[in-house]
Design a protein around this ligand. Structure first.
Ligand code: P1T
Length: 389
């Protein structure tokens, strides 16, 4: 059921769950309204191998458990797990498979995901194919086990039709993992469209304050959860309790932040679309985006990400990016502060050049993470930097 704007309705009770889920103060002795931080690396046992709930900080921690359960609730999932980074989550998922298994990965993904699959997982005998979303079914082989896509994609902001890829995956008895980092559960819940696993780089919008590196996986599939839970302890890719505490705090404002990111990025996108030094803007929330209609069918809004092609090449991009005053020239995204970067030489430099060419990750493609500053100030900043080009 779409609302008037054509987007899916906002999830009911999202902000309430983000603030309260699994944090009833009556469950701890102090009745503290804020969940107490437990940094202890180990927990006393009643008798050997007989313990209350937690045993050792790698296998479980109270702050991590609260966050994992809360994140699962927000994504309409049963089981959440947190990892020491987004790429840590990806490493764990890849570790569910055996040498000789085949993974199909969407061709437009974060450069670090490409590098991990291409340069590391391949060393352990996993076969990886990077394919355009329209060619996924043709790329399936007898040893294929997993389809991995990002939606929105990083950095070209393509929309992947999650339901249709999930149908393909399940027709062939494969799993579908969706990296939903750019949208967060506030705007997109891939499990409801048939995904088996959702991945987030928590380092982005979910934490939103650019001060924690963390990842998460969410699933409804008990078997996948058990495997990942085993790997979390066996491989040790775990986040620190303090970081879990910080993120639990951050997600209390996720709904508010995402609404404002959306509003600000639409204003910035509309400004850029009209600027004579800009060749083209890619923003899924603008009607000019080629997949705007599909986008509205599977999301309830967009975040703060947009990319645009400047008129010119590397020299013009460098001049523009170095002239920004409020936007910081930096990798990453999703924080309250606005960032801008050049994917071809920064976040996606590790994507092989021929692949970058196909994806149009050219030296004039600028990626912008629109933050929560006053949009008029952001537009003024972009304007003065564009004038310097
Ligand atoms: O940085 P880390 O928490 O390990 O997350 C990796 C990751 C996974 N998935 C997506 C879609 C991402 O964008 C990222 C990290 N991306 C950046 C650092 C970036 O600037 O694009």
């Amino acid at each position: 059921m779409a609302d008037q704007s054509g987007y899916l309705p906002q999830p009911q009770g999202f902000a309430t769950a983000a603030i309260h889920a699994f944090q009833d103060p009556e469950q701890w002795d102090s009745m503290a309204v804020v969940a107490p931080m437990v940094s202890s690396t180990t927990f006393k046992q009643y008798s050997p191998a007989n313990f209350k709930k937690f045993e050792y900080g790698r296998s479980g921690n109270p702050n991590r458990e609260i966050l994992e359960n809360c994140l699962a609730t927000l994504d309409d999932g049963k089981y959440g797990l947190c990892w020491s980074s987004g790429l840590g989550a990806t490493t764990a998922i890849a570790s569910m498979f055996n040498a000789g298994d085949h993974i199909i990965c969407g061709d437009d993904v974060y450069g670090g995901t490409n590098r991990l699959f291409n340069k590391v997982c391949s060393k352990f005998g996993l076969e990886i194919s990077f394919v355009h979303e329209n060619s996924i079914e043709n790329a399936i082989k007898p040893n294929t086990k997993l389809i991995w896509v990002e939606s929105l994609t990083n950095p070209t902001l393509k929309v992947i039709d999650i339901k249709s890829i999930a149908d393909i995956a399940h027709k062939h008895n494969l799993l579908l993992a969706v990296d939903s980092t750019f949208l967060t559960p506030y705007f997109q819940r891939p499990l409801n469209f048939g995904a088996d696993l959702v991945i987030h780089s928590i380092s982005k919008y979910i934490n939103g304050h650019s001060d924690v590196i963390m990842g998460a996986t969410i699933t409804n599939n008990e078997e996948i959860y058990k495997q990942l839970k085993f790997l979390q302890n066996a491989m040790g890719i775990v986040p620190a309790p303090f970081d879990c505490y910080q993120v639990t705090r951050s997600i209390k404002t996720l709904a508010l932040r995402m609404k404002q990111h959306m509003k600000n990025s639409l204003e910035v996108g509309q400004f850029l679309e009209k600027h004579p030094k800009v060749e083209k803007v890619l923003h899924p929330g603008l009607p000019s985006h080629p997949q705007h209609e599909l986008f509205k069918k599977q999301t309830s809004g967009c975040g703060g990400m947009l990319t645009f092609y400047l008129k010119g090449g590397l020299a013009e991009s460098q001049k523009f990016l170095s002239s920004l005053k409020i936007f910081a020239l930096a990798e990453s995204l999703g924080g309250y502060e606005s960032l801008a970067e050049l994917p071809s030489v920064m976040t996606h430099a590790s994507v092989p050049e021929d692949q970058r060419k196909v994806l149009k990750i050219t030296d004039n493609l600028v990626r912008v993470s629109v933050g929560l500053e006053d949009p008029e100030d952001l537009i003024k900043d972009l304007k003065q930097a564009l004038e310097k080009v």
